[in-house]
Write a protein that binds this ligand. Structure first.
Ligand SMILES: CC(C)(COP(=O)(O)OP(=O)(O)OC[C@H]1O[C@@H](n2cnc3c(N)ncnc32)[C@H](O)[C@@H]1OP(=O)(O)O)[C@@H](O)C(=O)NCCC(=O)NCCS
Length: 163
């Protein structure tokens, strides 16, 4: 395996959307219940911003996932905080790539003077909780039954790392 990260380009979108849509519906990886369109997905990965960006993850030239560094809140006071999310093709999970992507995006965030990174995770997404815990993130919030997916209330947990 040769994993590289490339800033996400418009011609990556279709492959990335296919990966993301694996997790809409029944999984706890995203709260969307139905498949996203390309236009909806575009807004999740392109921010027209010099700091907040997405990077596609490639293995031997094949797109296998992406990592997003997004704005945390729409208020300049929060400009040194960012939110992270990672999505991998199911065939490439549990091989250490999530940890690699997190380390990559932390280095990128430091270069952009981001001070604090936050992850927002469903309490049922056990692997994602594991990823952030094992990468040195601390649990900083637990919201009970604040989200609803497929008619079920979900707890949402935040993990944070000060860079
Ligand atoms: C969550 C996700 C990004 C994690 O990436 P990954 O490459 O699968 O995880 P890694 O192989 O880097 O492992 C990270 C940690 O989780 C553990 N882990 C991975 N898969 C696991 C599994 N199926 N069961 C239990 N633990 C698991 C690893 O052992 C590792 O912990 P360690 O360092 O203490 O050994 C990836 O699984 C994924 O894309 N999931 C679907 C989308 C999603 O939920 N994204 C999160 C939104 S924030």
């Amino acid at each position: 395996m040769k994993i590289i990260f490339e800033e996400t380009r418009p011609d990556h979108l279709t492959a990335l959307l296919q990966i993301y849509n694996v997790y809409t519906g029944a999984s706890y990886s995203t709260l969307y219940e139905t498949q996203l369109t390309l236009e909806q997905f575009r807004n999740l990965v392109f921010f027209n911003n010099l700091k907040y960006k997405s990077f596609s993850i490639l293995n031997d030239n094949e797109i296998i996932g992406f990592v997003v560094l997004a704005k945390y809140k729409n208020n300049a006071a929060y400009d040194s905080t960012a939110e992270v999310a990672i999505y991998l093709h199911p065939n490439f999970r549990n091989k250490g790539i999530g940890k690699k992507a997190l380390a990559f995006i932390e280095e990128y965030a430091k270069q952009k003077n981001i001070h604090s990174i936050i992850a927002t995770i469903s309490s049922k997404n056990i692997v994602s909780l594991k990823l952030f815990e094992s990468s040195g993130y601390k649990k900083c919030a637990h919201f009970f039954e604040v989200a609803k997916k497929n008619n079920m209330y979900l707890d949402i947990i935040n993990y944070q790392k000060i860079l």
